[in-house]
Design a protein around this ligand. Structure first.
Ligand SMILES: *[C@@H]1O[C@H](CO)[C@@H](O)[C@H](O)[C@H]1NC(C)=O
Ligand SMILES: *[C@@H]1O[C@H](CO)[C@@H](O)[C@H](O)[C@H]1NC(C)=O
Ligand SMILES: *[C@@H]1O[C@H](CO)[C@@H](O)[C@H](O)[C@H]1NC(C)=O
Ligand SMILES: *[C@@H]1O[C@H](CO)[C@@H](O)[C@H](O)[C@H]1NC(C)=O
Ligand SMILES: *[C@@H]1O[C@H](CO)[C@@H](O)[C@H](O)[C@H]1NC(C)=O
Ligand SMILES: *[C@@H]1O[C@H](CO)[C@@H](O)[C@H](O)[C@H]1NC(C)=O
Ligand SMILES: *[C@@H]1O[C@H](CO)[C@@H](O)[C@H](O)[C@H]1NC(C)=O
Ligand SMILES: *[C@@H]1O[C@H](CO)[C@@H](O)[C@H](O)[C@H]1NC(C)=O
Length: 410
């Protein structure tokens, strides 16, 4: 079955992943007003597992537009999306394609070496890391003995080191969910956090440093925020026995402390974690169906959301503000230097304005094998390049704007 899909794919790919990423523009009004009756794909009522562009309406011209969008590399809802692209047909390169999933998580830009570190899919654990060199498009897979079988997931580059959220593996003696650093030259790995007063965390999913600021986090030194998320529904048992609830924690090297800063009562299943370029805001994605509409195991799964918190002077997240109720689900998260919010969603890589309007989508249906693969979970925005982690494929899309800058610690 799987091989059949891959053979089909090679053909599909020849049409889609040529040198230019072509797209269509969809009027914003169609995101909230459609000619009735409208239905999901193939006359089945629309549901969260089918993408917006699969919607069928009673109007042939709207249907034709959606059908064109379905096979396009991107679709735009707002002119600002073209500011990002620079051109209606930006360049896209298929850097690599493999017969198994190798590009799914992480997506951290080491701007010093101009490399992007990424991680294979938790669907086919144990996961492994790879490095894309953006100058040569060379992909290497370093063997990091400490990482064998313990499932790295989120990644973040900060102050010359790569930081990893480790989902863990309860069968491994050193498999506690943890945060590790890797020296980007020697690949030496070292744990920096693996417990909370003797208790094991849920799987650590993602992480983000924030620098000391002059409005937020004043005099606190840098702080590291990380999310913990029960990943048993996707096959990874983290801590054994499960003790702590899902939550968001903050590590302060200055005070040598790890503190809970967002509890499960505020976000049931925190996933992606990022700060903005100014260090003023902390963004969190909350996970929900359609992975498991019945609620899943353990304490995962609830609303599909992106929240923005303000960081106060002591570096606590306050003023929880919903910036997006997401149509399907939002996983990996990056905030560009313009304050735009980029997320890996069922539909693809979705870009929102700082105020939460969807500007456009890099379309998973064209970048993946239709919607039959798991969704695109993560990606990297590296200066003026978008690195798409499309499971069995790795793409680089050339943007018309430097959306992130070196030194920022994306
Ligand atoms: C959602 O829609 C897809 C496509 O029409 C269909 O295959 C699937 O069965 C639907 N799922 C549910 C839960 O209705
Ligand atoms: C179909 O939609 C288009 C675009 O919104 C509109 O111009 C046209 O009048 C509609 N056709 C019918 C038959 O309603
Ligand atoms: C956990 O580690 C064992 C080896 O100790 C390995 O066989 C298994 O696949 C790993 N499980 C996960 C979820 O990574
Ligand atoms: C890619 O990296 C590998 C391992 O470092 C090296 O052997 C190979 O020569 C590199 N290829 C290119 C095209 O740079
Ligand atoms: C505060 O920090 C921002 C960058 O985060 C900087 O642009 C601004 O100049 C700083 N203001 C003062 C008064 O130092
Ligand atoms: C979804 O959750 C239900 C209830 O916990 C469980 O019985 C089912 O096995 C889960 N399905 C998947 C695909 O994880
Ligand atoms: C969401 O979480 C709240 C609080 O834990 C719970 O009461 C509710 O049942 C959850 N909803 C779903 C759909 O899981
Ligand atoms: C992005 O910045 C780099 C380094 O300054 C520059 O070489 C490149 O042309 C910029 N790209 C765009 C699209 O402006």
């Amino acid at each position: 079955m799987f091989h059949f899909i891959l053979i089909f794919l090679w053909v599909f790919l020849a049409q889609v992943a040529c040198d230019s990423c072509t797209g269509v523009s969809i009027p914003s009004i169609n995101t909230y007003l459609l000619p009735e009756a409208f239905q999901g794909f193939q006359s089945v009522a629309g549901n969260l597992s089918t993408n917006f562009v699969n919607t069928v309406t009673s109007n042939a011209s709207v249907n034709a537009l959606f059908a064109a969008a379905k096979t396009s590399c991107y679709y735009a809802f707002d002119d600002e999306f073209y500011d990002i692209l620079g051109s209606k047909t930006p360049n896209i390169q298929l850097v690599q394609m493999r017969s198994s999933f190798f590009a799914f998580e992480g997506g951290a830009w080491d701007y010093d070496k101009n490399q992007v570190w990424f991680i294979s899919a938790s669907y086919t654990y144990p996961t492994f890391i790879s490095i894309l060199d953006l100058r040569t498009n060379n992909v290497t897979t370093p063997d990091v003995p400490a990482f064998r079988n313990i499932n790295p997931n989120g990644a973040y580059y900060f102050a010359g080191k790569m930081y990893f959220a480790i989902a863990g593996n309860q069968s491994e003696p050193n498999g506690a969910p943890a945060i590790y650093t890797i020296d980007t030259t020697t690949y030496e790995a070292e744990p920096i956090i693996n417990s909370f007063f003797g208790e094991g965390f849920q799987s650590i999913d993602d992480l983000s440093w924030v620098k000391e600021g002059n409005i937020s986090c004043i005099g606190t030194g840098p702080n590291l925020f990380f999310s913990t998320l029960d990943l048993r529904p996707s096959g990874i048992p983290g801590a054994a026995p499960l003790m702590l609830q899902d939550g968001v924690y903050r590590y302060s090297p200055q005070t040598q402390s790890v503190q809970g800063v967002i509890s499960r009562a505020d976000i049931v299943a925190p996933n992606g974690v990022r700060t903005d370029a100014s260090g003023r805001y902390l963004y969190i994605t909350g996970l929900a169906a359609p992975f498991n509409a019945t609620g899943g195991d353990g304490n995962a799964f609830n609303s599909s959301v992106i929240y923005r918190f303000t960081l106060d002077e002591d570096c606590f997240p306050i003023n929880k503000r919903l910036v997006a109720a997401v149509r399907s689900y939002a996983d990996g998260l990056h905030v560009d230097d313009y304050g735009r919010i980029w997320t890996g969603e069922y539909e693809g890589i979705t870009v929102r304005s700082p105020q939460g309007k969807v500007l456009g989508v890099f379309n998973a249906e064209a970048l993946e094998i239709g919607s039959r693969l798991p969704p695109i979970a993560n990606f990297a925005i590296a200066g003026d390049k978008l690195v798409v982690l499309a499971l069995d494929r790795l793409y680089v899309i050339q943007l018309g704007q430097n959306v992130t800058s070196a030194g920022r610690g994306m």
